[in-house]
Design a protein around this ligand. Structure first.
Ligand code: DGY
Length: 419
């Protein structure tokens, strides 16, 4: 491999705080939802199967009674992150945030289950994880698509995991700014040129307050949240995870919950063309408050390949667009298309490449019988690792590492995919 396997394993061990792995020290000192799932893949490759399962069990310790798996689980205390548990105001025994994150969990459970050598442990852990994972999926469809449109919605850019994607610029501009002073901690750890702007943070924090003011009441928030977006990234990842979850349930669980998940998946497949843009030859997200598609070409718009939601014609249109996408930003796949006016190759989700996304897209390309393109994504991902470090994300034009260093999910996906 192009990277040092021992270094990647050491990152996981160093970031392990006893059953859960922080994404990176300082910047993200708790357990994050989709980071934890991706990181479990790394623990598996590091040869520690019990530890891989434990990462997911720890994540579900933060699950709410209604099924939501929060985006941050505050297992311990740390003063290097804002907003911490007191700002979120969630009173549960295990402190958490009040939003979720892309639900890649079930896909990871399936991979662990299929790869694990200790079959007795795998059966036992699967049985322990399935109920919570099913509850999480039921939550997405029940709470985030109460009108049964087939397209779940997100209440916060942080929920997308792609915080400052240009796709959110317009809907976020409709959100008021918070009316109290706060001190960001992220820009104390990372160059401000690689992070979101203050005008975005002011709105991120307004929304955090909004959920608390509404006492986390689902109906009230659905009716009045000033930000409500059908996020193509979440929708595609949920669809894939649902397929994986139903495969795991086969011959194990066959009840109202699995039948309901099947129906939800079918609704998503039937509705997905509402999020296709002929003009951009890509899938896009949609602002449910205005009904407008959010016309940004981003890596999220390619993820329907991973969710197997694209028609063959849509898949080949996307594949064609990847030529120019990768030519313009050779350490891709750039999170925003390099020809776009909003492209910034170093700023978080406005242009850098993210290796866990490349992995998901490569799986999607394989599902659509495009192995050469999948191989190209692997190569551009390896090129990012050639400078010898495992960064949070990479400048898609220069390959320079950005954001947090010694980063768990980059080390984990390297072990899982690029070893
Ligand atoms: C942050 O604080 O930047 C995180 O992305 C929120 O999840």
């Amino acid at each position: 491999p192009v990277f040092d396997i021992e270094h990647a394993k050491r990152i996981l061990r160093d970031n392990d705080l006893g059953g859960y792995t922080v994404p990176t020290k300082g910047l993200y000192p708790f357990q994050w939802n989709w980071d934890a799932a991706i990181t479990a893949l790394g623990w598996m490759e590091a040869g520690d199967e019990p530890r891989a399962w434990l990462e997911l069990e720890m994540l579900l310790k933060g699950q709410w009674d209604n099924g939501m798996v929060p985006h941050i689980i505050f297992h311990g205390e740390a003063d290097t992150y804002f907003p911490g548990p007191e700002v979120w105001g969630v009173e549960n025994a295990v402190k958490t945030s009040a939003i979720s994150q892309p639900p890649v969990l079930a896909t990871v459970v399936r991979i662990l289950f299929e790869q694990s050598k200790d079959r007795a442990l795998a059966e036992q852990k699967l049985a322990a994880l399935l109920p919570g994972t099913i509850a999480c999926h039921l939550w997405w469809y029940r709470e985030r698509d109460p009108e049964n449109t087939g397209l779940v919605c997100s209440y916060h850019p942080w929920e997308s995991g792609m915080d400052n994607s240009p796709a959110w610029d317009h809907p976020l501009s409709a959100v008021p700014t918070v009316d109290w002073e706060y001190t960001r901690r992220d820009t104390g750890h990372v160059d401000a040129a690689e992070r979101p702007h203050k005008h975005q943070y002011d709105r991120y924090i307004y929304l955090v307050d909004f959920f608390k003011r509404n006492r986390f009441d689902s109906d009230a928030i659905y009716k009045s949240c000033p930000y409500r977006v059908q996020d193509i990234g979440i929708i595609a990842i949920l669809q894939r995870a649902n397929t994986d979850l139903l495969a795991l349930c086969q011959s194990r669980i066959d009840d109202d919950s699995t039948r309901s998940l099947q129906a939800s998946s079918a609704r998503t497949a039937a509705a997905i063309n509402e999020l296709w843009s002929d003009e951009l030859s890509c899938f896009v997200s949609r602002d449910t408050l205005t009904g407008q598609q959010l016309k940004t070409i981003s890596c999220a718009g390619v993820l329907p390949l991973f969710g197997e939601l694209a028609s063959p014609a849509q898949a080949s249109a996307i594949n064609e667009s990847l030529d120019r996408w990768i030519d313009g930003a050779p350490f891709g796949l750039a999170s925003t298309h390099p020809d776009s006016e909003t492209f910034e190759p170093q700023r978080y989700w406005r242009g850098p490449s993210w290796l866990h996304i490349n992995w998901m897209i490569a799986l999607g390309l394989e599902a659509y019988q495009m192995p050469e393109r999948a191989e190209q994504l692997k190569q551009v991902s390896e090129a990012c690792l050639e400078n010898g470090d495992f960064w949070e994300y990479y400048n898609s034009v220069t390959g320079e590492g950005c954001g947090g260093g010694e980063f768990s999910w980059t080390a984990a996906i390297a072990l899982h995919w690029l070893k």
